[in-house]
Design a protein around this ligand. Structure first.
Ligand code: PNS
Length: 162
């Protein structure tokens, strides 16, 4: 049984993330998308909201599970007997950070956790969660960036906050 974890902040999940999820779900028997519960950040969506968004967006992908984790990814992966992490690479600017993360995880886990990279589809290469939030904050159109139901949830957040 080939299992993998796709970890991230997903605040919120974009179409770029969803593209990686769909493609990775074809490569593994089970893909667990896991949202980092990072209490120090002040996210737009709570961990529970982010998990629910990903669940809704992946409801037609039977081998995709959605979960959350706190602490080190290597410990979470070990607790679920997972040895592969999936990450998306958009551009060379992602590379240095991703390389460091992958190497740290491999080293820290005594080579128990390896990372597989998927290059983001070109139409989503410009997307980032922080960019999406900024577009929405300033009243721009985020519909090309996230599923429609997510766009509605983002606007609701900013209306309440404005
Ligand atoms: O979507 P992001 O914010 O780029 O995801 C980053 C994430 C969640 C993959 C990374 O920050 C992470 O795994 N954090 C958990 C703590 C950890 O294991 N750090 C690795 C050692 S630097």
């Amino acid at each position: 049984m080939k299992k993998a974890v796709y970890p991230g902040s997903f605040d919120p999940m974009t179409l770029g993330h969803l593209d990686v999820i769909k493609r990775a779900s074809k490569m593994f028997d089970e893909l667990i998308v896991s949202v980092l519960n990072n209490k120090e950040k002040s996210p737009l969506f709570s961990v529970e909201e982010r998990v629910n968004i990903i669940k809704e967006a992946t409801k037609d992908l039977p081998n995709v599970q959605v979960d959350s984790f706190s602490g080190l990814l290597i410990n979470y992966a070990a607790s679920r007997d997972i040895h592969v992490a999936v990450r998306g690479l958009r551009a060379v600017t992602d590379f240095e950070y991703e390389l460091q993360l992958a190497q740290t995880n491999r080293q820290l886990s005594n080579e128990a956790l390896d990372t597989v990279f998927l290059t983001t589809s070109l139409e989503y290469a410009y997307l980032s969660s922080s960019g999406v939030k900024e577009i929405a904050y300033f009243g721009g159109d985020v519909s090309p960036c996230v599923p429609d139901f997510v766009a509605k949830l983002i606007y609701e957040k900013y209306h309440r906050k404005a």
